[in-house]
Design a protein around this ligand. Sequence first.
Ligand SMILES: NC(=O)c1ccc[n+]([C@@H]2O[C@H](COP(=O)([O-])OP(=O)(O)OC[C@H]3O[C@@H](n4cnc5c(N)ncnc54)[C@H](OP(=O)(O)O)[C@@H]3O)[C@@H](O)[C@H]2O)c1
Length: 360
Amino acid sequence: MGDEIFMARALELARSAPFTSPNPRVGAVVVRDGAVISEGVHLGAGSPHAEALALLGIDAGGATLYVNLEPCTHQGRTPPCAPAVAEAGVARVVAAIPDPDERVRGAGFNLLRERGVDVAVGVLEDEAEWLNAPFLHHRRTGRSYLTLKLALSLDGRLGARDGTSRWITGPAARGYVHRRRLEADAVMVGSGTVASDDPSLMVRAVDAARQPAALVVDGSGRMRPDASVLTRQHEVIVATQPTVAHERQVEWKEAGAEVLLIADRGRGTGVDLDVLIREMGRRGMTEIYCEGGARLATALLARDLVDRLELHHGPVTIGDGGPGIGDLGTLSMSGASRWELRDTQVFGSDVVTTYTRARA
Ligand SMILES: NC(=O)c1ccc[n+]([C@@H]2O[C@H](COP(=O)([O-])OP(=O)(O)OC[C@H]3O[C@@H](n4cnc5c(N)ncnc54)[C@H](OP(=O)(O)O)[C@@H]3O)[C@@H](O)[C@H]2O)c1
């Protein structure tokens, strides 16, 4: 029970860092005689690791270190943690989960045990898995973790017949979207949403220390060079097909965007989204936050490319005729995709429910 209390504190510290990609979110707590004597949190690539900060300037001899991820063994931009923990005289390390990064994978625990440190693994492991789900997925598969966020009416529509969808939810839920954008490496939309809503995909309404990349999927060259997303002074990637007119590609480049050419999987299927997600993973992007619209969301769901579904339900009914999730190829309930509820939050009259794909 005591272990869980201190691990919960390590997780709380880890959660306080909004964006650490491509690194994990890590908190560390040093405990002696049942009392916390020091704490540390990793704030992102290039800054000290949580364990190093927690051990800084204290006598950790005989103490217990709680950390939500296995201490690392490799020299990166900062020195490895596991040897430093052993050298500090820590008697016991309690970790939530192993680090699947190929440079660690149990080597941290092995080193600690070889140096006589008592190691316990698995305390609050479900919470630790959820906190770092994008990082863990990226390290295990090499692919970016894809979150699909949709604002839905009570009757499951994404917008009205005339293409308008602003606003289904209120300001508090939309503020949450900006916090989620801040946690992602890239915010993605389809060219249909650029045409109808002209979003800039910037993080607003929160103290934004950084901006995620904007990722537009446009298979036919539809996006105009004066689209708001192309006027932002931050990274923009347009994923398109090699068949798109050269002049259009030049216009996008002149507007400051990177043009990423990805062929389709067959006639009329659009940009190969599987290849796109793999390419973003190769670039070290741990999470892509996709905000629609209807066709892109349908394609992602139909191809089983969504790792997390974030549904923002507003108290409005719209009825048929507007954009909505289309054909997913489900012929019978036995073939329906199942999802596991992970989180529910209420923002005024709006409800945000978060699901992960239920794996057999
Ligand atoms: N409620 C919400 O959360 C929400 C969010 C966003 C948008 N919306 C609403 O949804 C509507 C826009 O939806 P939409 O379906 O027209 O546009 P969309 O899903 O944003 O974009 C779809 C377009 O993306 C391009 N594309 C390229 N590769 C693709 C692929 N593999 N799969 C799917 N699309 C691919 C295609 O256009 P090309 O011909 O250019 O290849 C396709 O028409 C608007 O009414 C907007 O207001 C609602």
